[in-house]
Structures are given as C-alpha cells and as structure tokens.
Write a protein of this length. Structure first.
Length: 117
C-alpha cells in the first residue's frame, strides 16, 4: 500500500476530474466562471491545475516518477467522450487490485498512476 501521507494530495487529484460537466455528459469541464467562490472554488481550481500539470506542479512533481499527468489519460478533466471518464470512480473503491494482490483505496489507485511499474 502507498503512504497515507499522500492521501490528501491523491484526493484533490481525483476530485479534480469529477466535474459537474462530466456528470452532465458535456464535452468540456465547467469554465472557471462556473466554479463557486471561496475555499471550495479555490480547492477545485487547485485540483484542476494539479490534474493538468501533475508532473510539473511544485506540489506534485516529486511524487511523479514518469512523464504523465492525470490529463494524459483523462482528457478534459475526465469529461471527454471516449476518454477515460472519472464519473462514478469514487464509488468503485476500495477495490481488489490483482497487481498488488490486495484491496486498495482510490488514493492508492491515483498514486499508482505515477509510480514506475
């Protein structure tokens, strides 16, 4: 299992892709003007930035051991038709991981994306 110290980061990254636009089936995530003001909006905006710049952002780059960002596999914040959607992903975890031969959390799964195989 991966370090629990990274769990808050993983949650922010995961939450960035679960956009209201994705739930509506829209082709793009909501525009910045559609996000709430205050701490919630600030957290969503940070999550979006981390999602798009995972490998280069100062808060996340030390955890990325490859050239990927979340957006590499989840275009348009997980809302692109035909892309790897993130809609409903939180309901799928905890789940069995055949690779790890253990039950993993969503945080573990997010962090697995950025570790070498």
């Amino acid at each position: 299992m991966l370090s629990r110290r990274l769990a808050p980061l993983a949650l922010v990254l995961a939450a960035a892709g679960i956009a209201p636009a994705a739930a509506r089936g829209a082709e793009e995530a909501p525009a910045a003007r559609e996000l709430p003001e205050g701490p919630l909006g600030d957290t969503i905006r940070l999550g979006k930035e981390l999602f798009e710049r995972t490998g280069t952002h100062p808060l996340t780059r030390r955890y990325v051991k490859n050239a990927l960002s979340c957006a590499s596999c989840h275009p348009q914040a997980g809302a692109q038709a035909g892309g790897a959607t993130l809609v409903g992903v939180a309901a799928a975890y905890p789940a069995w991981s055949p690779r790890e031969k253990a039950v993993i959390t969503l945080e573990d799964r997010v962090l697995n994306c950025f570790m070498p195989a």
